[in-house]
Design a protein around this ligand. Structure first.
Ligand code: NAD
Length: 337
């Protein structure tokens, strides 16, 4: 049995996580769920967005399966619990694969991009403050370390090697941010020659965005600092059919957390419209991480069948569809046989 901390999250979180758990339980994977709370749901229940009980559970399981958490915009509300969890458990590698689904019509075919995002440093280090009592000057510090850059860039090349990928592209802004981005790029240039079988490329982030929307097939594995990776992964999601499809793994040396790339989607909460595919595929990544490959394959094949047939899918994939989150989950369970 694998003990997993289950955090259903906010907004659409509980509805999609219920489907994912139903499917994982039906797959034969040996998971023992420990339910815990974080985000708004935890704040309402315990008066804090990250209760001690939740940390105690992850301290023990070292593994979390998490729905999206709502974070207030701007200076109001609490700091992002997602960022806090990534930093506390040192989940330095955020892996976000985006691949075309044959049944989902998009502008480009053959998109198959994996973003490897540094997850603990950069502009999301949380070092922000106002410089004046009037709060009319604000400052944010981007922290890039040699050690942090080395481990994420090594991770990207190793990932490329282990997964038979051909190329790693570093996306950076070292022309302007000569120290923080410059350090990241220097480290990439040092590490790349250690992997002669993997093609190495560099692109300035703004040009990378233009190249990506003109011909995404030129990208394979991309490695970048925290905020660029966050933004680029929503862009890659858009290229293959939207946020409802893209999972993410947050990996550290002795803990891991699996979730969707998307957020709590307040605009569709409570309407049975949310696509559960992203969190289900995050579950597939988690099962593979645990060595539960048979269960992972079974779920992946069933999801591919349902998504590619395009009938029992949520309206983000097929605007004519009257199918909701629950019905799509049921169709995936049925497709597992
Ligand atoms: P969002 O990802 O929640 O939604 C963006 C758009 O995508 C919306 O139109 C939404 O309806 C759609 N969408 C998202 N997931 C979908 C799904 N499964 N099926 C169908 N459509 C889907 O981004 P947002 O609106 O900018 O953020 C809402 C909240 O989520 C914010 O508080 C933000 O901080 C938080 N957030 C959390 C995480 C996380 O927990 N990892 C990630 C991103 C955003």
């Amino acid at each position: 049995m694998h003990a997993v901390t289950l955090i259903k999250g906010d907004g659409i979180g509980p509805s999609i996580m219920d489907e994912a758990v139903k499917i994982i339980n039906a797959s034969g994977a040996k998971i023992q769920w420990e339910e815990a709370y974080a985000g708004m749901a935890a704040f309402e229940k315990f008066g804090t967005p990250l209760p001690d009980e939740t940390m105690e559970s992850i301290d023990k399981t070292r593994l979390a399966f998490k729905g999206p958490l709502t974070t207030g915009v701007g200076g109001t509300g609490f700091r992002s619990i997602n960022v806090a969890l990534r930093q506390k458990y040192d989940l330095y590698a955020n892996v976000r694969p985006a691949k075309n689904w044959p049944g989902v019509k998009t502008r480009f075919d053959n998109v198959d991009i994996v973003i490897v995002r540094e997850n603990t440093e950069g502009l999301y280090a949380g070092l922000e403050h106002y410089l004046t009592p009037k709060k009319d000057i604000a400052e944010s510090l981007a922290v890039v370390t040699r050690a942090g850059s080395e481990r994420i860039i090594e991770y990207a090349f190793k990932y490329a090697q282990d997964n038979h990928r051909k190329k790693v592209t570093v996306c950076h802004k070292a022309n302007i941010l000569k120290y923080t981005q410059g350090l990241f790029l220097d480290v990439a240039r040092e590490i790349a020659p250690k992997y002669p079988d993997i093609q190495y490329d560099e692109k300035i982030i703004d040009a990378a965005c233009m190249h990506m929307v003109m011909d995404p097939t030129q990208f394979d594995v991309i490695v970048c600092t925290n905020m660029f990776g966050d933004i680029l992964s929503d862009l890659t999601a858009g290229l293959v059919g939207g946020l409802g499809l893209i999972p993410g793994a947050n990996i550290g040396n002795d803990a891991a957390l699996f979730e969707a790339v998307h957020g709590s989607a307040p605009d569709i909460t409570g309407k049975n419209l949310a696509n559960p595919t992203a969190v289900i595929m995050a579950g597939v990544m988690m099962l593979n991480h645990l060595g539960e490959h048979d269960a992972a394959d079974k779920i992946q094949k069933a999801v591919e069948k349902v998504v590619n047939e395009g009938t029992f899918v949520t309206p983000d994939l097929n605007p004519q569809s009257k199918c909701g989150t629950v019905e799509m989950g049921d169709a995936i369970v049925k497709a597992m046989g």
